[in-house]
Design a protein around this ligand. Structure first.
Ligand code: DAH
Length: 339
């Protein structure tokens, strides 16, 4: 019986050593340790032994049983560990692979220019104000000394939303809103979008940008206007920039001027950027018309002021030598990535 036990044990150990799956191990467990297993069968035969032989034999069988149980448990553990390792190896991440490129966003060139312009005017003591893009006829035209049927309305082809409601054609509307809520001394700028029903081409867009400026106080003169605009032009285009004032007409200023700067690309000789003119027109300006002050409850005999409206898109296209204004609005990444 002892020999038989040894044989069974050795066979079981060999079989377990060769087993390479949990199923096979389970089969072996049943074969040797199960109810009808070979080792169990030996235990059952214990009855045929003499009472003296029984304890020693019983101990041997139990030891063998325990050894096999331990072996089975170890083998199962080992198989599980191996499976885990295989799985981990299959799922490894190659950390040497180049990472996905991060696409960092940046400011739109128009916003870069607007921020620079705000910096320049803030350093001269201007506040920044905001105004609505949907305006009433009153703020966009009437109170700016442009009554109904005035021919000056034809200069600005307007998107009307309702009879008295429109998309503002000029940031000048912010002048009125400011003078209604603030009393002199007033020194504000208002950058923003404006809208006109223009045909789209390389220099026209139905959406474009202006930066309005307004100063009202006692004793403000055209000299103040010139000083502020010259300072602005030099800061934005460079210190050797020349500024030229040409007489013009706007209903809300008297006198009115249009202002050109010498082309920063060619220095005034004429080139592609200034279209051969040597000068670039960047804004309209003038002394605030007494009718406008009066409309806002400010006495023109006590106060005077100047105003200006700068074309932000023009400043942007000339600064960055952008040949077509449409590029500013098409959101083409290849264009935007250059700033
Ligand atoms: N609003 C004018 C335009 O869009 C520009 C302008 C001219 C603004 C003279 C002003 C100004 O404030 O005084 O054509």
């Amino acid at each position: 019986m002892k020999e038989k036990l040894q044989t069974i044990k050795a066979a079981a150990q060999n079989a377990l050593a060769a087993a390479d799956s949990e199923n096979i191990i389970e089969e072996l467990r049943v074969k040797y340790l199960g109810k009808k297993g070979e080792l169990t069968a030996i235990l059952k035969q214990m009855g045929s032994l003499s009472p003296e032989e029984r304890p020693a034999m019983g101990q041997l069988v139990n030891e063998a049983k325990q050894e096999l149980e331990t072996l089975i448990a170890e083998k199962k553990e080992a198989l599980k560990a191996k499976a885990t390792e295989l799985k981990l190896r299959a799922e490894t991440i190659d950390i040497t692979m180049p990472a996905k490129e991060i696409n960092a966003g940046g400011l739109h060139p128009l916003n870069i220019v607007i921020n620079d312009m705000i910096d320049i005017f803030q350093s001269m003591g201007f506040d920044v104000v905001d105004g609505p893009e949907v305006e009433t006829d009153y703020y966009n035209f009437k109170c700016l000394n442009v009554p109904e049927d005035h021919p000056a309305r034809d200069m600005q082809d307007t998107f009307y939303l309702a009879e008295n409601l429109l998309l503002r054609t000029q940031t000048s509307a912010a002048q009125i809103r400011t003078m209604e809520t603030r009393k002199p001394p007033i020194r504000v700028i208002c950058p923003g979008r404006v809208f006109r029903a223009d045909e789209v081409d390389a220099t026209h867009s139905p959406v474009f940008h202006q930066l309005e400026g307004l100063v009202v106080d006692r004793g403000i003169t055209m000299c103040d206007l010139k000083g502020v605009l010259e300072q602005f032009a030099r800061e934005i285009y460079g210190s050797d920039t020349k500024v030229r004032f040409r007489p013009s007409f706007f209903p809300f200023t008297e006198p009115s001027v249009e202002v050109d700067v010498s082309c920063s690309e060619c220095g005034g000789k004429g080139c592609r950027v200034c279209k051969g003119a040597g000068w670039i027109e960047i804004l309209g300006a003038g002394m605030v018309h007494p009718n406008v002050l009066r409309c806002c409850g400010i006495d023109p005999d006590v106060y005077s002021g100047f105003a200006f409206g700068i074309g932000i898109d023009r400043i942007t296209t000339t600064r960055y030598k952008i040949s077509d204004i449409r590029l500013l609005f098409e959101n083409d990444k290849r264009f935007l990535e250059q700033f």
